[in-house]
Design a protein around this ligand. Sequence first.
Ligand code: NAP
Length: 242
Amino acid sequence: MIEGKVALITGASSGIGEAIVRKFVSDGAYVLGVARSEDKLRAIKEKLGENFDYETADVSDYERAKEIVEKLVKEKGRIDILVNNAGVTEDTLLMRMDEEKWDRVININLKGAFNYSRHAVAYMARQRSGVVINISSIVGIYGNTAQTNYAASKAGLIGLTKSIAKELGKRGVRAVAVAPGFIETPMTESLPEKLKKAVLDMTPLGRFGKPEEVANLVLFLSSDLASFITSTVVEISGGLVI
Ligand code: NAP
């Protein structure tokens, strides 16, 4: 579906990002992965070989994003797909939310996506083709207790997505937000059992999602099979509404 395409995926070292990397490479794309943990990225490279390279970076670093995108385009001649997937949570009730927790989540989840989109779309517009996929969350649509910072960052990603789609659609660039529900990754495994059970009870399919299921959706949305899909949010949640 995306054979020969050049993709950049942030948060490539774990969970959903790693699943997207594997899916893209097995479909014949070249992937540059970005995350902070070099050991994990190196282990992925050892398995995937020449169609995967990585850069260690904190996505909230604007200049580093510029450098990484420029280097990728210099080496591969183009950038076809950008997946802004890096994300963190710092959950606490609003009345206990300190400035540091707020800033950290917004800087990584939302500013990080701005940083990479800002530089990637400049090349995509010139190429007259490209896709930006932003990994949002159903929490960005419905809100959630103890996640004001995370929900605001994920709602922000939806606004970013729709605005990229409007600004750049006529230049061949699509932008789509993906809103997962509860997916089994390191991000969710340490949540309290009581909360997990409550989520399961509210999920019509009666189970949590797998990173590979999100990767399947991202693969489809990144491919030409989705050539008329832009400026929208696709939920992948087993039907969960919170
Ligand atoms: P995860 O396993 O914790 O992976 C998070 C990824 O983001 C890791 O690769 C991490 O790599 C990277 N990352 C975190 N901070 C970073 C930073 N400052 N700079 C660069 N990379 C950074 O979590 P996940 O569940 O796969 O989450 C992936 C995305 O899906 C997130 O945006 C999350 O909000 C979203 N999501 C997840 C769920 C779910 O249920 N799991 C639901 C909805 C949305 P390093 O630590 O190596 O930097």
